[in-house]
Design a protein around this ligand. Structure first.
Ligand code: S3P
Length: 426
């Protein structure tokens, strides 16, 4: 599996804040992460890929960022843009953030608000959209912030700004989100603690202005990318695959829990700890699935996997209810709308609400034959290509180019498993 996208961004960013050389193995070489690598160079780090495929970052230390001469271009990546806003907000420099049409539609107010409280100044388009110019605080103020959205990007932006603030920065989350930033900060020597409070609240507290020391990083496989071959194997009769070395961090594993509840034959093997993240291999065999109610409390741990879950749900027996997922409306596309209209184009009934969707499964009998508008969204493209594998007629997506943002070898890997693609797929 390709390297985990979330961990890859963070490895480059923390490598930039450490003093000295950070070695990274297994970095995801997707467009999103390559955009972050280029931005780290513009902020003063030396970032190189070696011939053996590993990467090196020579960091400048907390407080040592250079003001970039050119805009920072994050392409399609909300994670890159929002995390680096946090990074820049803690430094007395000015930088302009730009992205593609999809990223320029996404809300940035969720990071602008707390980072403004920390002393940063933003000049953004109406409604807090890219392109925007950010002048960092001098110095950043440590704050205590209760995030109104369940978002690891917001949490991480505040923690990254808090790294250069004198004192303790606290983020309080009502729903816990992926904790890769916290794990990696700890590995680089920062003082950071997470405490569970009443009602499941999590309080994360970081002590500012640490000296971060480089720590070698091995990026595990991405469970969000693995979701595509896993669902493909479940839906395609006679399949059996083994997916190796993906992180099953509890804040990322919600899809796998849900698929097992649906009756999926998924065996979790060789559970181990690699570089501070829980990692495992999965053996997956094609299965008859049944519809389930996905608990809204699970949403954060599978937030990127709902489109492909909806594909599995279309082939299941009975209804699958996915609620409490309003955040999907502000991802690379409005994923509730894009998924629902794609399913309908392939003969599936879907009931869409403001914060969710209910898919009426057809117990394997899926017509297919539809043409999908992907809206510059890699996960919509991959989800419907997977649907095409098991549907009666092939499914067409209008644009496969965005797949390279997170899973550059998706077509090659799926071909290796027996899938056939026609058209402009490489
Ligand atoms: C990510 C967090 C999630 C997720 C995104 C990656 C991260 O976004 O959808 O693909 O690496 O922190 P939110 O934190 O905004 O939910």
């Amino acid at each position: 599996m390709p390297g985990d996208k979330s961990i890859s961004h963070r490895a480059l960013i923390l490598g930039t804040l450490a003093v000295g050389e950070t070695r990274i193995e297994g970095l995801l070489e997707g467009e999103d992460v390559l955009a972050t690598a280029e931005c780290m160079r513009r902020l003063g780090a030396r970032v190189n890929r070696l011939d053996d495929g590993s990467w090196r970052v020579w960091g400048v230390g907390v407080g040592g960022l250079r003001e970039p001469a050119e805009p920072l271009d994050f392409g399609n990546s909300g994670t890159g843009a929002r995390l680096v806003m946090g990074l820049v907000a803690g430094h007395p420099i000015t930088a302009t953030f730009v992205g593609d049409a999809s990223l320029s539609r996404r809300p940035m107010g969720r990071v602008i608000n707390p980072l403004t409280e920390m002393g940063a100044y933003f000049h953004a388009r109406d409604g807090g959209k890219l392109p925007l110019t950010l002048t960092g605080a001098r110095p950043a103020l440590p704050i205590s912030y209760t995030s109104p959205v369940a978002s690891a990007q917001v949490k991480s932006a505040i923690l990254l700004a808090g790294l250069n603030a004198p004192g303790k920065t606290t983020v309080i989350e009502a729903t816990p989100t992926r904790d890769h930033t916290e794990r990696m900060l700890r590995a680089f020597g920062a003082e950071i603690e997470a405490k569970e409070g009443p009602g499941g609240l999590v309080e994360i507290r970081l002590t500012g202005q640490p000296e971060l020391s480089p720590c070698p990083i091995t990026v595990p496989g991405d469970p969000s990318s693995a979701a595509f071959p896993v669902v493909a194997a479940l839906l395609t009769p006679g399949s059996e695959i083994v997916v190796k070395g993906i992180t099953l961090n509890p804040h990322r594993a919600g899809l796998y829990t849900t698929l097992i509840e649906m009756g999926a034959d998924i065996e979790v093997m060789n559970q181990r700890d690699e570089g501070g993240e829980p990692v495992a291999d999965l053996r997956v065999r094609s299965s008859r699935l049944k519809g389930v109610d996905v608990p809204p409390a699970r949403a954060a741990s599978m937030i990127d996997e709902y489109p492909v879950l909806a594909i599995a749900a279309a082939f299941a027996e009975g209804e699958t209810r996915m609620l409490g997922i309003h955040e999907l409306r502000v991802k690379e596309s409005d994923r509730i709308a894009a998924t629902a209209s794609g399913l309908r184009a392939n003969g599936i009934k879907v009931h869409e609400s403001e914060d969710g969707m209910v898919v009426e499964g057809r117990g394997g009998d899926v017509a297919g034959g539809g043409r999908i508008a992907t809206h510059m969204d890699h996960r919509i493209a991959m989800s419907f290509l997977i649907m095409g594998l098991a549907a009666q007629k092939p499914i067409t997506v209008d644009d496969a180019s965005m797949i390279a943002t997170s899973f550059p070898d998706f077509i090659g890997l799926m071909r290796g498993l027996g899938a056939s693609f026609a058209g402009q797929a490489q």
